[in-house]
Design a protein around this ligand. Structure first.
Ligand SMILES: [Zn+2]
Length: 313
């Protein structure tokens, strides 16, 4: 039934994760079937990074995953060292991750930790001075705050997390920032706030990583979602968040399929082709397609990421 997609050009996946070369090669083989020919690879394995770079010389823009345990303890020096070396090592970008569950893994976090604490300013300054784009993941779906992050004493509140990030954006207005997961605000009631960010901070772009989060939330009001995607069509980059070694063929394929249905079709109530733990108890997740115009799809899948990042690879 879906043998012809509206968009038939190449895909730049602006959010993937790299581990060993074996798992990366398997991931690439499946990506190829889905038209992905360029991607940002966030590196979690040094050895895998070196081999990937050798075997796939111009496919990747590599992002260095900055040490969370150091950042979380305001241990700035080692992070500044990482930043000063990363371009020479073959990376072009940096990535930091602050999904609130980071507090489950890191010990001795200062009580006042926040990503916009003055102790961390030198990190943002170093990235800005060296014109190294930063992918910064802050916050998580609303659904998580209602379930696994109920302990707000420990995990904090979503609006506070977003405010901290906005404070960073406003301080470093030359730092090139990519905020994954549509700025962690694909929930329909958050889109107007997100529009405000894009209007105020021209240095910010978003990616669409997490097919299930995007599909679940944007499908709830296709009119508003479609309007947002068209208005900010120069600022949103296609991304999947696929992780080398995380699963088998269906894991990868399902993620591409879910987004293609969402962005390209006018289907209604199509079951999400991947599991969604957040809705198993409430009847499941269904996709309502946004049927985006072809010129918007071209920017989303390829042109935006190509314009912003291809010179870096
Ligand atoms: Zn990710």
């Amino acid at each position: 039934m879906r043998n012809l997609w509206k968009y038939t050009g190449p895909i730049f996946d602006a959010h993937t994760h790299i581990r060993s070369i074996e798992t990366t090669s398997k991931m690439i083989a499946i990506e190829d079937e889905h038209g992905v020919s360029k991607q940002i690879g966030i590196v979690h394995d040094e050895e895998g990074f070196k081999k990937t770079k050798e075997q796939y010389p111009s496919r990747f823009v590599f992002a260095k995953y900055l040490s969370l345990s150091d950042i979380a303890q305001y241990n700035v020096e080692p992070v500044l060292d990482e930043i000063s070396e990363l371009l020479d090592q073959g990376y072009s970008m940096a990535k930091t991750w602050f999904g609130p569950r980071w507090r489950d893994f890191i010990e001795n976090v200062p009580r006042d930790f926040r990503i916009n604490h003055p102790n961390l300013y030198p990190i943002y300054e170093a990235l800005e001075d060296n014109d190294i784009p930063l992918i910064i993941h802050v916050s998580d779906p609303d659904t998580y705050y209602l379930s696994q992050y109920r302990d707000s004493e420990k995990y904090g509140f979503k609006d506070d997390h977003l405010r901290e990030l906005e404070n960073v954006l406003s301080r470093y207005n030359k730092l090139r920032v990519q905020i994954p997961h549509l700025g962690a605000q694909p929930e329909i009631h958050r889109l107007s706030h997100l529009s405000g960010w894009l209007d105020k901070y021209p240095n910010v772009v978003l990616d669409t990583a997490s097919s299930r989060w995007m599909a679940r939330e944007l499908s709830k009001d296709t009119k508003k979602a479609r309007e947002f995607m068209i208005t900010y069509s120069d600022r949103v980059l296609f991304g999947t968040d696929v992780f080398g070694g995380r699963g088998e063929r269906e894991y990868y394929s399902g993620r591409y399929l879910a987004q293609r249905i969402l962005w390209e079709t006018d289907e209604r109530n199509t079951p999400l082709p991947i599991p969604d733990a957040d809705t198993v108890k409430t009847g499941g997740t269904f996709i309502n397609g946004l049927d985006l115009p072809l010129d918007v799809l071209r920017k989303l899948y390829w042109e935006n990421a190509d314009r912003i990042y291809s010179a870096l690879s």
